[in-house]
Design a protein. Structure first.
Length: 206
């Protein structure tokens, strides 16, 4: 079943931007697998949800951004029904997908949904998080940093729609405190420390 779902997702995501392509799905899947096994999750819910969580991704500046998770869940339900997946599991998978989105600011109620949210947010941290952030910033034609105050030493208002590096402070480095599971918190702390080292190195170079 997972192989069938994976092959379908690969086709659906063909040509997707590098921050939300199938490699992103694979990383989130791996994160979810590691966390789920340590935390005792139902893998028949968690792993399909990880594969299907980003079937629809609207651009960051779009008014539809907050609908990405719901539209992904709707597509996932149809796909799983076509494969005759049990309806009770489809409902739980759909719930995981609907509640994983950062922009919706939801706190999931089930363990599997919490883990999917953790696994997705982990992919915004560490070395891959840095790469994804600057990839998105480049696609949206943002400058790397504010040349007058790149490292937030003044009281200026942060603007991550203008300066990519501001996104580290407005969102990314806060993610480590939003993790639900012990396993994810440990992984997030390590990745956040690496991002702080990146910032220090960038300060030296500038």
């Amino acid at each position: 079943m997972l192989d069938k779902v994976e092959r379908k997702v690969i086709k659906l995501l063909d040509g997707r931007d590098s921050a939300h392509d199938f490699q992103h799905i694979k990383r989130v899947y791996k994160n979810a697998e590691v966390i789920g096994r340590r935390e005792g999750a139902d893998m028949k819910i968690l792993l399909p949800a990880a594969l299907l969580h980003d079937l629809v991704v609207y651009p960051k500046g779009s008014a539809k951004t907050s609908k990405s998770a719901d539209d992904s869940a709707d597509m996932a339900e149809k796909l799983l029904k076509s494969y005759r997946y049990p309806q009770d599991k489809i409902d739980k998978i759909s719930y995981c997908i609907r509640t994983h989105s950062y922009s919706k600011r939801l706190v999931p109620a089930t363990l599997e949904a919490k883990i999917l949210q953790d696994a997705d947010r982990l992919d915004a941290l560490g070395a891959i998080g840095i790469a994804r952030t600057f990839s998105v910033g480049g696609s949206e034609r943002r400058s790397f940093y504010n040349p007058d105050d790149p490292f937030w030493k003044s009281s200026r208002e942060l603007d991550d729609r203008e300066w990519t590096l501001d996104h580290f402070r407005t969102k990314l480095l806060k993610l480590k405190d939003s993790m639900h599971t012990k396993t994810a918190r440990e992984m997030a702390q390590e990745r956040a420390r690496f991002m702080e080292l990146f910032i220090k190195q960038l300060q030296k170079e500038l």
